[in-house]
Design a binder for this molecule. Sequence first.
Ligand SMILES: [Zn+2]
Length: 271
Amino acid sequence: MHPSIIFIILVLAAIIWGIKLYRERARRNRLFQQPLSSGQITVLENHVPLYTRLPKDLRQTLQGCINYFLDEKVFIGREGLEITDEIRLIIAANACLLIVNNRERYFSGFETILVYPDTYVAKEVSYDGMVEVHKDVARAGESWYRGPIVLSLSDVMHGSGNEQDGHNVVLHEFAHKLDEESGVMDGLPVLRESAHYKEWAEVLTQEYDEFLDRVDRGKNRVIDEYGSVSAPEFFAVATESFFEKSEQMKKRLPELYKQLQTFYGLDPAEW
Ligand SMILES: [Zn+2]
């Protein structure tokens, strides 16, 4: 092919790509500027108490984020569950709390959210030496790498309705989604600035070691013991506590709180 034809094709491809990008950005901005309806806000006030505690300006941002989330994600009910607008809204609101002060994050890279009516049974495979062990495990939620989020609705409702018990399966599973944005789910998400990595690594390593020690001694508080499974689980349960036991975390684990405060750009202990 003549070099000038290749050049024209490349220029056209760049123009088409640019138009696509511009349209996508315009669509996102439109959805972000759109407020929720009064009916939707009533649902949040009744089922997402963290929403009512948010500062007013963040409440508006959260509404825009919810609009975009609802436009992007596909919800599928399992075991006969019918997905209602209320279910979609409650899940979206909790997920968007994680990114309400971070306009560069949109939970991209996956589309589907599977919702079971209640705790569901998942097959788990582990290895005992050379032996492959299959077992059925009851789950409230899971996050597949670059794949769907799976949630139990009864756990979603319970976690969302009680904003002070440190348990919120939506915050937990979507924290895993933020974690995997770095390319690997290892408890180290993409931080806001490259200068933040050193301190994050130092603080999180030390906090995780101290947490494991407290769990061993039966002296653990604030963060769910499930975090002792691995560093990614520690990040996910610490996120739940950051939002739902914020005052306790700020007081008892100030260094960990500070890292999460910088990462999420939020200070829930002040809400
Ligand atoms: Zn987890």
